[in-house]
Design a protein around this ligand. Sequence first.
Ligand SMILES: [Zn+2]
Length: 145
Amino acid sequence: MDYTLIVDDMTSKDVQRIRDASCKIIYAGQNRDALKPLLLFIEQMRAAASLDLGGMFAPNQRFPEYAIKTLEFHRDSNECTCNLYTGKYDGFDPDEELKANNIEFVSRSDDKYSLIARCKKCNELYDVDMRWGHYIFHDWKRRPK
Ligand SMILES: [Zn+2]
């Protein structure tokens, strides 16, 4: 990850660049070390991303908002990073998280629309359901113990 480039994008006031950089941060959410250098720039990014980014069905604003939330989580919390899955961002694709080696699948429904995933760091279990609205999203819920 190129930090200076990400900070440049996040403070660019260009919707597409902010969105792309935000997604990079969000998807690196499980990797504390990768995000550490960005923690110094949280306030700068927040100030720049407070502009109206538009977006009809899924407001683009949710990207920088959750990117900044992700960074704040790493700054403020020592809890397991899988807590980020149940935050306000609903775009975490379990297949991508599996590929990144962050989780494993315990079971998956035949139609593949719902599954149980386990965090590989802390063993917490999650119910993940795929849903359709104006776009596909994934609903992660911590499984009751
Ligand atoms: Zn975890």
